[in-house]
Write a protein that binds this ligand. Sequence first.
Ligand code: ZN
Length: 303
Amino acid sequence: MKAKIKNKDFLHKYLVLDHQARVITVFSTDVVNEYCKNIQTTPVSIAAMGRLISATLMMGSMLKGKERVMLSIEGNGPIGTIRAEADSNGNVRAFASNPTVSVPLNERGMLDVPAVVGSEGKLSVRKQLFMKEPFIGTCELISGEIGEDLSYYYGVSEQTPTVVALGVLANQDGTCKLAGGFIIQLLPNASEEAYETLEKMLKNITSVSKLIENAKTSDQFVYQLFDDAELIFEYPVKYQCNCSFEKTKVLLTQLTKEELLDDLNKNKGIDVTCNFCQKQYHFNNEDIEDIIALKEKNIYNVK
Ligand code: ZN
């Protein structure tokens, strides 16, 4: 089966190398631009967040049904904590502590992602699984490039030989020119030969963004890497936050009773802005009373 869809922002999953490896590819330029729309960003911040968003979308495609995955990086760079969350249907949302960070280009004249993310710190993956306890895996950062760090994570934390390659180009005006990437995972039946073929192929890749640019459409991307790619599934991807008034209300039960009573006495209500989509929620006194009641009933797990 060959992919027919020509839309730009798509995720595709294939079997390659005679069914000895699987490949996920994603084009996510519009998704990243949707992320940039409501916040102030810089080109290097777009590069970092574009990589994170693309990676998380691909990780989401490894889940089923209503499961979700959250990828967080807490590095020692000036962008602070960066986080993206995706589901198995191609929806993603993302957040950076300091998206207005700016650093000089690196010695090759490229956006210096490790300089903003930091090369020391922690990468963590949290998967909200169906009918199971959440899965949490962590590893140390090895470079702050994100793709490299995630490849390392798969090796040490999930014991799966994985290559994660990400590419983002940003415009000076705070928009994304191009974003996407691929993940290759060798399957347990992979032969020594498959390992070698893959190694050789990866050595020849100098720029992931060039590959994306050359492909023009998402369904053509994989054929620059593998001739024998066999499509398993594909779906469009988009930026979508799943926040709501009710969910935010539940989050507010984490305030102490004293803080809530204090807000109640001030009579101004509580204003909350969603970190992921900048949507604003206002809670009036009646809502605050509800929150206190919720807190007392100890209902923390409303979905
Ligand atoms: Zn939101």
